[in-house]
Design a binder for this molecule. Structure first.
Ligand code: ASP
Length: 367
């Protein structure tokens, strides 16, 4: 990849909302594209004088508790054994404290547990069984986080697994007559609604990822952030992504700003993305350039090989202490009918939340 190709994406990317050089702190919340409701709730709390961490956690609790959000909390897509495992991290700028949980089962709101790790222990991160025991001790109710919709998707995924000869363990044996995939699927799940089955097939073949990252600044100049997720669908039990890794999925430095991420966690961990972005801003890069620089490091880890890079995506979000902000992703959103649909991120600095376009490094070929 040459320098021109590098630049192309950056130049074509929509400009981040201009922030006047003299802008001071103000109540503003930004989040990944699934965070419009979270931003609105968090901003309302900031307006009422609430603490920035309290505000972002209350915001992402909407996604964590929503069974229709299959990438976070309750209803999240499970690991390969059909068990939902959640990761979350929080950072509170004013006190410079942080907390995280990883591979936590049975608790809907891992962001609240992460906050209690920060407040009630001398540790920063609890994982697996230990995190669950801690949550129980803190009075959290255990519940099955697997919704019927997510369970169906998991079963469809299991039944889609085949060896090179086309044989799978889940489904009919060799003696059964051959069937077309659609007919086979319908037979396997006769009661499932058509649209639901189509969705389940899609997520079985293309394991989705999804997360919410939410960052806030208040009028006093205080900042906090949270990242919470059910991680990668069909992961190996115990797999931990970037979301609970402080410095990768989230970083807040009260003197500079905050950053967070969504997308393929493994690649973010390899560049410590959120920390890199905050350090870039400390050195004077605006949020947009700070995010794009971290993405260039991701591309560098593959020597810029697009055939590999195209297999995943990663997005960063950054909010500077003066209220400047940006979102940036490795890839522009899909190009459909010659039109570019950039990835988006949510912003609320008053009134309704809006979605703004992310800057990006690369464009996909038109479909
Ligand atoms: N970053 C998350 C992880 O790797 C997943 C995602 O954001 O899609 O666990």
């Amino acid at each position: 990849m040459n320098r021109r190709q590098w630049m192309m994406g950056s130049l074509l990317a929509p400009a981040a909302r201009a922030v006047p050089a003299q802008a001071g702190p103000k109540n503003i919340v930004i989040a990944s594209s699934n965070g419009a409701r979270a931003c609105a709730r968090a901003r309302e709390m900031l307006e009422a004088g609430g603490d920035t961490l309290e505000a972002v956690i209350a915001g992402v609790n909407i996604n964590e508790e929503d069974p229709e959000d299959n990438s976070v909390g309750y209803g999240g897509l499970p690991n390969e054994e059909g068990v939902v495992e959640l990761d979350a991290s929080v950072m509170h700028g004013p006190t410079r404290r942080c907390g995280a949980v990883a591979a936590l089962r049975n608790i809907k709101t891992p962001s609240k547990v992460a906050r209690l790790v920060m407040e009630q222990t001398d540790h920063i991160m609890l994982v697996g069984e230990g995190a669950l025991r801690f949550a129980r001790a803190m009075g959290f109710q255990e519940e099955n986080l697997l919704t019927e919709k997510s369970r169906l998707a998991w079963l469809v995924w299991k039944r889609s697994l085949r060896d090179p000869r086309g044989h799978g363990n889940w489904g009919e044996g060799l003696s059964a007559p051959a069937k077309k995939p659609a007919a086979w699927l319908r037979e396997q799940f006769p009661k499932a609604d058509e649209a639901l089955l189509a969705w389940a097939w899609e997520v079985a073949l293309h394991p989705p990822s999804g997360t919410i990252n939410c960052l806030a600044l208040n009028a006093k100049g205080e900042m906090s952030g949270v990242t919470t997720t059910s991680g990668l669908a069909w992961k190996i039990p115990g797999r931990v992504g970037d979301s609970p890794i402080l410095g990768a999925g989230l970083w807040v430095d009260q003197d500079v700003g905050a950053a967070g991420s969504t997308g393929r966690g493994e690649e973010n961990i390899r560049v410590a993305g959120a920390h890199t972005i905050v350090e870039n801003m400390r050195q004077g890069m605006p949020p947009r350039e700070a995010c794009l620089d971290a993405l260039k490091r991701v591309a560098r880890n593959f020597s810029g090989d697009r055939s590999k890079l195209v297999q995943f995506d990663l997005s960063f979000y950054a909010l500077r202490k003066d209220g400047a902000y940006a979102g940036a992703s490795l890839w522009a959103g899909a190009t459909r009918q010659g039109k570019l649909a950039p990835r988006r991120f949510a912003v609320n600095d008053g009134g309704q939340s809006r979605l703004e376009g992310c800057a990006y490094l690369f464009e996909r070929k038109p479909e």
